[in-house]
Design a protein around this ligand. Structure first.
Ligand code: GLV
Ligand code: MN
Ligand code: MN
Length: 421
């Protein structure tokens, strides 16, 4: 074995499965739900506690921590060349309102575990290695915009626009970040955006393929694109007992007609289109009142840009054709294009999985990830591990400790590889 090969194998051998699992369970207490899931909304008290806990673990190992203006948190293990751009790995600590114990946090804990394994193996790397926590990855949970922190970091979205993003209670990201900074006393501040030598995100698959195929590692080939819309339907509140049916402007019934027509637009016998209406808010939400207001969201995803354009561009017209006397406003508030990973990072992941004797396969990501933004500024790839029945964005989300550790071993080898490249 040459020096680099032996370093890599030493690093992966020091991944501590028990430590990794224990930390997942500790994190799962922050926002724990009665059904065994996690509700840790972006920048809320539990998200801030999760960050504080990470910083505590990092400092205990002599790693430094810093926060940028959108609240992205970076934990750094120094390299021998302090001027070199870091190799980075990470994901997110926030969850959906009824999320699980692994989505996001696994990628963060795997990055920290890999850094500790490299430290425990006594390996110096030329480049620094950093673990990143990207702010508000989960869109439409607390704040509307997902992959917020990573998109601001890479310049895909503007810092000021995102600081002004509001949750349903009217709080802005800017005010929420005051609590985050207060929860991390003494944290260093870092300017927005800096060169990254390579980015690797480790994540549970959130789909059923690896489990079905009996493979431990997914070498991610790309991420499908997504378009998200918010549709507001304005009718008129009226008395349920007195207003004749023909004179009503019922916003909920108009929304239902629109949704019915949209179902046909997004129908796909091949089952590649992903079309979801995850929110429907009716006001005033009272039994004896004809609803004067309805809001619903559309989350539409597909790997082909032409399909994203052709079907997505029909949303406004279809809604306008089914207003039933109401006024409709269609706002497309988020759009990400499909991407394909190739080159150094996926190749390093595949090589490492092979060296470690782990079964692996190429796999495309149906879910969005912070990696899709990092891809625009650095060589990027992702490592997937199986999760139970492919269930995610669900409190019952589950994964095997041995699979989480296997993904982290691959990550440790890839980090050493790329930090010395
Ligand atoms: C991220 O969680 C997504 O919705 O794809
Ligand atoms: Mn995630
Ligand atoms: Mn998620």
């Amino acid at each position: 074995m040459n020096d680099l090969a032996s370093m890599k194998s030493k690093a992966s051998a020091r991944v501590d499965e028990a430590r990794l699992w224990r930390r997942h369970m500790e994190m799962a207490k922050l926002g724990a739900t009665p059904k065994g899931g996690v509700r840790r909304m972006a920048l809320d008290a539990n998200d801030n506690k999760a960050r504080a806990l990470l910083v505590e673990w990092a400092r205990a190992r002599g790693f430094s921590a810093a926060l940028d203006p959108i609240g992205n948190l970076f934990i750094r293990r120094a390299g021998t060349d302090s001027a070199a751009a870091p190799v980075m790995s990470g994901s997110h600590t926030d969850t959906q309102p009824s999320g699980g114990k692994f989505d996001g946090i696994y990628g963060v804990l795997a990055a920290l575990e890999a850094m500790e394994a490299i430290e425990d193996a006594g390996i110096a790397t030329r480049r620094p290695i950093e673990a990143a926590v990207w702010t508000c990855e989960e869109g439409g949970a607390r704040f509307p915009t997902g992959t917020m922190g990573s998109s601001v970091f890479t310049g895909a979205r503007k810092l000021d626009d995102m600081l002004a993003d509001r949750d349903d209670a009217g709080a802005t990201v800017a005010t929420a970040l005051e609590d985050t900074r207060a929860a991390l006393p003494g944290i260093a501040m870092r300017p927005m955006g800096f060169p990254v030598a390579a980015f690797i995100e480790t994540h549970i698959e959130q789909g059923p393929i690896l489990e079905r195929e009996g493979k431990t590692i997914g070498v991610v080939t790309g991420i499908q694109g997504a378009r998200r819309f918010r549709i507001e339907v304005e009718g008129e509140d009226a008395h349920a007992g007195t207003m004749p049916m023909k004179l009503r402007r019922d916003a909920l019934k108009a929304a239902v007609s629109m949704i019915h027509a949209l179902e046909a637009v997004f129908d796909d016998p091949a089952d590649v289109v992903r079309f979801t209406i995850g929110r429907l808010v009716v006001k005033p939400d009272a039994t004896a009142v004809v609803p004067g207001h309805a809001m619903f969201t559309i989350d539409f995803r597909h790997p082909d840009p032409a399909v994203l354009k052709h079907r997505g561009d029909q949303v406004a017209g279809v809604c306008a054709a089914h207003t039933r006397g109401c006024k409709v406003t269609v706002n497309e508030y988020s759009k990400t294009k499909p991407i394909l990973f190739s080159g150094a990072v996926p190749e390093a992941i595949e090589r490492a999985a092979g060296r470690l004797g782990l079964s692996h396969m190429p796999i495309h990501s149906g879910a969005g990830h912070d990696a899709m933004h990092l891809f625009e500024v650095a060589p990027t790839g992702m490592i997937f591990v199986p999760c139970w029945r492919g269930i995610s964005h669900n409190e019952t989300e589950d994964a095997k400790s041995s699979d989480l550790a296997a993904g982290t071993r691959v990550l440790a080898e890839v980090l050493v590889d790329l930090a010395n490249a």
